[in-house]
Design a protein around this ligand. Structure first.
Ligand code: MG
Length: 351
């Protein structure tokens, strides 16, 4: 087999994908000088005050418990704009459809796009459709790109950070912003999306009562920024919480300590992970955020998040530290273990 070809792991959101992006994408496409450029590898970029995001969805199967590719596409792209401190405003949708795709399924997807967009306060205002021969791809692929603008509470939020840090050197909520002492909030249960998908995947299927969490996170972000003190936000999608925390640690140069007993995981998800040999920390989510907050405001931000529909199970799961430069979990039995960056998401084609 020719080793010099793209493999599934290059798109799987872990160490191999990071290397792929650096060695190929950034090699040719960096150097824009944008306010938040491609090479920051944050959730979105910023050019002349406009927040820009593009994401493509190749999920398998396209309908799954609690969600579908349409809802996922809107939620995923909107969330990446929210995470940097933007209010998403408009979307562009590119459809690539295989010949023979049923109009019934297409309408289900479009209805889901429309419903989720109105939930997130955005419209699809431009797009494109291509049809390819049967067998050229797996049913349907959606690209969802979007623009947004500075969140109405972002300046207030950063003002609160500045008060406790004695000044700040950032204008957006970037991965590199975290500092020792910051508390880390996780907005709810992890692993639901990947396990819900797996439960209906051909050849894997098993009976479980878990639905995907795919949802736009507007309300959680609004409430957190309204309180203020948030320094970084990121959604634990491909590669899960383990990948997210390692990215924060790498980009900031600080360590992160998390507490196993504080991480919200449903019993059913834990059981499914045991049965399938998966680590819930490495599973992708589509309706959760990880939020770093200055210590002094962490409890207040947590309360505000818990007051939202999607944030009821939020917890402070850890903190940033300068004791070491990697991610460490204090386990329920009192041990410590390093949480490595996953090689790739153990479950492919989840988004
Ligand atoms: Mg993201």
């Amino acid at each position: 087999m020719d080793p010099d070809v793209v493999k599934m792991v290059h798109g799987a959101g872990g160490v191999e994908m990071q290397k792929f992006i650096k060695n190929y994408i950034l090699k040719y496409l960096s150097g824009s000088g944008a306010e938040v450029p491609l090479e920051f590898l944050d959730d979105s970029s910023v050019y002349n005050g406009v927040v820009l995001k593009s994401d493509t969805y190749t999920v398998k199967p396209i309908f799954f418990p609690g969600s579908d590719i349409g809802r996922l596409a809107v939620a995923g792209s909107v969330n990446d704009m929210l995470m940097i401190g933007a209010e998403p405003k408009a979307l562009a949708m590119g459809l690539v459809i295989e010949e023979g795709f049923p109009f019934n399924d297409l309408e289900r997807i479009l209805e889901s796009v429309s419903k989720t967009a109105s939930e997130a306060g955005v419209y699809v205002i431009t797009g494109d459709t291509k049809v390819v021969e049967k067998g050229a791809l797996d049913k349907i692929i959606i690209n969802m790109s979007g623009i947004g603008f500075r969140h109405r509470y972002l300046d207030h939020n950063i003002g609160v950070v500045a008060k406790y840090r004695g000044g700040v050197d950032f204008r957006w909520l970037l991965d590199r912003n975290i500092r020792p002492g910051d508390k880390i909030i996780l907005t709810g249960y992890i692993g639901d999306h990947a396990i819900a998908l797996l439960s209906v995947r051909e050849g894997v299927g098993f009976k479980i009562d878990i639905e995907s969490d795919a949802s736009p996170l507007n309300e959680i972000v609004d409430k957190a920024l309204e309180v203020g003190g948030v320094v970084a936000m990121k959604d634990p999608t491909r590669g899960g919480l383990a990948n997210l925390l390692n990215e924060w640690s790498d980009k900031s140069g600080y360590g992160i300590k998390i507490y196993e007993d504080k991480i919200p995981i449903r019993d059913e998800v834990r059981a499914a992970c045991g049965y399938l040999g998966l680590d819930p920390l490495e599973l992708g989510n589509e309706g959760k955020a990880v939020i770093a907050v200055v210590r002094e405001k962490a409890e207040e931000v947590l309360d505000a998040i818990r007051g939202t529909e999607l944030g009821r199970h939020a917890e402070i799961i850890g903190e940033v530290t300068d004791e070491y430069k990697f991610v460490v979990m204090e386990t329920v039995i009192g041990g410590r273990r390093i949480v490595p960056q996953p090689i790739g998401d153990p479950v492919p084609r989840i988004c």
